[in-house]
Design a binder for this molecule. Structure first.
Ligand code: TNX
Length: 660
């Protein structure tokens, strides 16, 4: 009894869970000097990778990679790609017994995945001298496409940060990295024939023609990857069995490109009144033939840099009004007999498909791109808007990556009181883990076109958070994603998953320096006061977001002004009776998203004992302030000193007045 519970204990805690595990009542005592033998040149880089992972850890002084004729040697690790068994793509078998370890696979990916499982057989904590639990593991992926996406356009991540992110993904057998390289807020990849796209479009704020956002208007910030950087990241990923699918988001989400090259935009009217003087156009004009010459250059260089068969060309959220108000686009639509912008988009996307085809590539697109017409049958669709969008794409016969935001958008909040976006819903880890094709309506006819699943991290909020925010938002959700993508559907067990996390995997993440998300502590119990007041401002509110929510303390709602703030704009809150309280919290902008703030300004307070005298209390920080008054407060006045902030309105949250 005792030995059967002790034997192979660690082998039970692998993430993602392997297809089959048989525990053996023996163990391999890992020696101080460890040979990692490998029977093919193809596998040799992995022997070196494993040697580097182990040297200096778990009592291993030195691990050496060796090329051998195909014989396991006692006391060593043997990596084999020459076995006779017929392994499924990326599958492997792993045996640990007292003589040593054998990892066998039919391809490079399989060997890499077997090595990841082997690494998880070591104790989560490096406490020296290790004994690996005897076991026989047979494993293979459920899906060929197991992806994670990262938006480096809204918030730039350096190449080192990207490589680290990929490294941690690969340890979860994630094998695709969707690199969102361009968007309205930045262009992050060097294009040698059109250098300004990155050298200018990689930065914003300060003297950059690209609007800054999130209250950082005065600072120039950003970055981009040189082609050398890209090659380095591609090589780093390839060693780890990760294929990179780069994305150039077209024809919408292209404000950066339009800021750099205004001539690519439509010639229609620019509505700078509604947008506080800023040109918000972000769609490539479809009627300008020169645009396709630029895009040919861009896609040629991108195709040369990335070995993947697919290049993602976007296609999401195209603001059609720009085409519909452009005389040249309208003429083109008339000539082609198109009734709507979706059809023009389908035409635009097929021109890009044709360009990619010439460079030996196929297109990947967001699901909207197939709404207006039929794209090439070699095009792959990423379904993000809804489960229905994924069902539609598969039903139309497109190879589909399933990633509906409601389940796989890791920029969404884990729970209502934590940071994050909410438009696709709240996405707890359990929701990711329990994603089930069958109950969502995927039949056999759909499943044959599903290549796999993918998580996404969009980075609008990341900019105003610390760098570990990416990891807290991704982990443990990526662990759940990995199980959906890799592990057999039978055997899915939420409780077992959570046990493996708690018992071993969180420690592994910690030891990798991953700041994963922890359950937030119960919120502080406070009593909020709602004293009667009058509100006044130099600004006006939109009819649908009136100031009334402030005087009625409608928490969760906010007021929105009709324009952005300038110096001397003010908001004043005057209470009917002086308020005796512990503190008053004032906030502008969205919760957790530093947009539509008063970035610069200060607060004055008038106290009950001298209600006509305003005394400066302090400067706003992050668009808000917490006032801790010594005396009962009669009035609070916020005064803006903001000059140019690139926004078109200010959002004001109701005051939170906390009782003593
Ligand atoms: C929608 S997902 C977008 C992105 C945003 C994201 C924020 C997709 C194809 N478009 O541009 O970053 O929502 O969650």
């Amino acid at each position: 009894m005792l030995s059967s519970t002790l034997c192979g204990a660690a082998a039970q805690d692998i993430v993602p869970k392997p297809a089959s595990i048989e525990t053996l009542c023996e163990a391999f005592a890992v020696p101080e000097y460890l040979e990692i033998r490998c029977d093919t040149p193809e596998g040799f880089p992995l022997a070196e990778y494993l040697a580097a992972e182990l040297t200096g850890h778990h009592g291993v002084r030195e691990a050496v990679a060796e090329f051998c004729g195909g014989f396991p040697a006692p006391g060593s690790i043997f990596l084999s790609l020459n076995g006779i068994a017929n392994y499924p793509s990326e599958g492997y078998s792993l045996t640990v017994n007292q003589r040593g370890v054998t990892v066998e696979a039919g391809d490079y990916g399989g060997l890499f995945n077997g090595i990841q499982t082997l690494l998880q057989l070591f104790p989560a904590d490096d406490t020296g001298w290790a004994r690996l639990p005897g076991c026989r593991i047979g494993d293979r992926p459920r899906f060929a496409y197991r992806g994670m996406h990262l938006d480096v356009a809204r918030t730039f991540s350096t190449k080192e940060e990207v490589m680290r992110f990929i490294d941690i993904l690969s340890r979860h057998k994630i094998n695709k990295f969707h690199w969102h390289l361009t968007d309205d807020e930045g262009w992050r990849i060097e294009i040698k024939s059109r250098p300004e796209l990155a050298t200018v479009g990689g930065f914003r704020g300060g003297d950059s023609p690209v609007d800054a956002v999130y209250g950082e208007w005065d600072k120039k910030y950003g970055g981009y990857y040189t082609q050398g950087d890209i090659r380095e990241v591609v090589g780093f990923a390839r060693l780890r069995n990760v294929e990179i699918i780069p994305e150039i988001d077209l024809p919408g989400h292209s404000r950066t490109a339009g800021n750099v090259y205004p001539h690519i935009l439509c010639d229609g009217p620019i509505d700078t009144v509604a947008t506080a003087g800023y040109d918000r156009r972000d769609v490539w004009c479809a009627a300008k033939e020169e645009n396709f010459a630029i895009l040919d250059d861009v896609l040629r260089e991108v195709s040369e840099l990335f070995p993947s068969k697919y290049i993602h060309i976007g296609g999401d959220e195209v603001v059609m009004s720009q085409w519909l108000s452009c005389p040249s686009c309208r003429a083109l639509m008339k000539e082609k007999g198109y009734a709507n912008g979706q059809q023009l988009q389908a035409w635009f996307m097929s021109r890009l498909e044709e360009i990619l085809g010439r460079y030996g590539k196929s297109a990947a697109v967001w699901n909207e791109a197939i709404n207006g017409g039929t794209l090439s049958d070699s095009t792959r669709v990423h379904g993000w808007e809804s489960v229905q969008a994924c069902l539609d794409a598969t039903a139309k016969g497109y190879e589909t990556v399933v990633m509906p935001g409601k389940y796989f958008y890791f920029d969404m909040k884990y729970s209502p009181q934590e940071p994050g976006m909410t438009w696709a819903g709240i996405v707890p880890t359990d929701t990711v883990y329990t994603f089930d094709f069958g109950t969502l309506g995927f039949g056999e006819e759909h499943m044959k076109n599903v290549v796999g699943v993918q998580g996404a991290f969009w980075s609008e909020i990341y900019l105003s958070q610390d760098r570990d925010y990416l990891y807290r938002m991704s982990y443990p959700r990526v662990c759940a994603l990995a199980e959906v993508a890799w592990s057999p559907e039978e055997g899915r067990d939420l409780e077992d998953f959570n046990t493996r996390l708690e018992r071993s995997h969180y420690r592994r993440l910690e030891n990798l320096g991953v700041d994963y998300r922890r359950e937030p502590p119960a919120q502080e119990e406070v009593t909020l006061l709602t004293p009667a007041m009058t509100f006044e401002s130099s600004m006006k509110a939109l009819a649908k977001n009136p100031f009334a929510v402030l005087t009625s303390y409608r928490y969760g709602s906010s007021a929105r002004t009709t324009r952005t703030c300038k110096p001397d704009d003010y908001f004043s809150f005057t209470f009917d009776e002086p308020v005796d309280c512990a503190r008053i919290e004032f906030a502008t902008g969205y919760a957790y998203l530093k947009r539509c703030l008063i970035p610069f300004g200060y607060v004055e307070v008038a106290y009950g004992d001298d209600p006509d005298t305003y005394i400066k209390y302090g400067e706003l920080s992050g668009g808000g302030i917490m006032v801790e008054p010594e005396k009962p407060v009669k009035s609070l006045r916020i005064i803006s000193t903001t000059t140019r902030n690139g926004e078109s309105s200010v959002i004001i949250q109701p005051l939170r007045i906390i009782a003593k």
